[in-house]
Structures are given as C-alpha cells and as structure tokens.
Design a binder for this molecule. Sequence first.
Ligand SMILES: Nc1ncnc2c1ncn2[C@@H]1O[C@H](COP(=O)(O)OP(=O)(O)OP(=O)(O)O)[C@@H](O)[C@H]1O
Length: 255
Amino acid sequence: MSKKLLEVSDLSMRFGGLLAVNGVALQLKEKEIVSIIGPNGAGKTTVFNCLTGFYKPTNGVIRFNGEEIQGLPGHEIARKGVVRTFQHVRLFKEMTVLENLLVAQHRHINNNFFAGLLKTPSFRRAEKEALERAKFWLDTIGLTDLANRAAGNLAYGQQRRLEIVRCMCTKPTILMLDEPAAGLNPKETEDLNNLIRQLRDEFDVSVLLIEHDMKLVMDISDYIYVVNQGTPLADGKPAAVRDNPAVIKAYLGES
Ligand SMILES: Nc1ncnc2c1ncn2[C@@H]1O[C@H](COP(=O)(O)OP(=O)(O)OP(=O)(O)O)[C@@H](O)[C@H]1O
C-alpha cells in the first residue's frame, strides 16, 4: 500500500466573522493525483494557503510525512518539499525563461555567502547543476528555444508550464497546482494533463489540484474532495463524485 504523505484533519480558517474553511479533511498518498473542487468562493485556495503556510489555520492538524506542519512558515514547508503554483501566473516577467528556473534554485546555489563571493569549487558545482536542471526542465516542456526570451512574452499556456517546472526545479514531494488550466485552450489543457501525469509517473511527485475544468479533474484524479461554502460536501473516486446528487446540486445551484 502506498504511503500517506499528507493527512489533514478538521482544518478550519476564520477571517473575522467568515468561516472560510470549516472542518476540511483530506489525504494524499505517494504518487496520487488528488483534486479539491467546489463552487467559487468554496474555500479551496484558503485550504492551499493553510497547507503551504501562507495562513496559520484557526484549527486543525496538517501532517506531512507524519510530522505536524500547521502554522510553520511557508519557506519551511517549501523546504520540506511541499510547493505550489498560484491561481494567477507569478513568474518574474522581466527575467528570461532560464533565469526564472535559476532563481527558483537560489537556495541550493547561494546557501553560503562567502562560497558565492569566492566562487569556491562547491559553489561552481552547485551553479552548474542548477543550470543543467533548468535546461532539463526547459527541454521537458519544449521551451529550450525560448530560454532567453523574457518570461512575460511567452504564450499563456507556456507561462503556466514554466511555472510548474519552476516548482519541479526544487525537487518537490508534493506539487500543489491552483487552477492550472484556467485560461488554457483545449490543446493546452491536454498538454497540461499529460505534463501532470508525466511528473507523477516519471518524477514521483504527488499532486494536489484545485481545478474548475471538470473534464480534466474527472480524467486525471485518483480521488476528489468537494467543498461547498468551506464545508466538506463529498469525497470519492471521480465517477462517484460526478454522480453524487449533493455535488450536482451545489454546482447547478451556483448558476
Ligand atoms: N485573506 C482573506 N481575508 C478575508 N476573507 C478571505 C481571505 N481569503 C479568502 N477569503 C474569503 O474566503 C472565502 C473562500 O475563498 P477562497 O479563495 O478560498 O475560495 P475558492 O474556493 O478558492 O474560490 P475560487 O474558486 O473562486 O478561486 C471567500 O468568501 C473569500 O472572500
């Protein structure tokens, strides 16, 4: 049986009078793709923000590899191997495509100020490895020819893919994607679907996905959690969730 990586129980987040997340529980096992879905404002991104240390949850336990991580600062959670993309593209748009991937690895390269200043052999080696890793990921997503282009000048779908491999440069255990298909055309969404599967199959990441594109969610997810107004509504395998009357009602009730 595959190992549980992430275990969340009774997670709540209150903003003043608003209980944005109310008793959410979820699990993610090794090499699984798990989605969180729900109508607009359901609390999905707030769950991500709690898991990645952007918010300190009001209540609940978040275990990563058995260790409680709720309330830890974001950089510590990222260092443990839990990394994310955002709902809106957050690349360094003025920097080149390649530079965006190098910056992501600064922690590995610049870990010692004097080593950097003196360009010691270990520093040079780390720099070389970072460059090789960046080139590898550019090749994987077919952006090698655009390595020296400003990231902001890439097509939107390319920017989305670049953001994902920027996370991969830090060798994550859990990759969290917040609406990665938003704004993509059907071909780009298909490419995204293949990329996520490739990352899981070849690079052993486990994926937590927030997504509104139901075709993608139903196709790619091993398991789905549905939240509505901050509260867990249903969870199960894609077919069971798709046919769940409460889920259908929550979505149809939205329009
Ligand atoms: N920092 C904050 N301060 C106050 N309220 C917030 C904050 N962040 C989120 N909220 C509120 O919490 C609720 C849940 O928002 P959240 O962004 O988590 O929903 P979502 O399910 O990700 O929505 P969408 O699908 O539209 O992105 C909303 O009512 C939102 O206005």
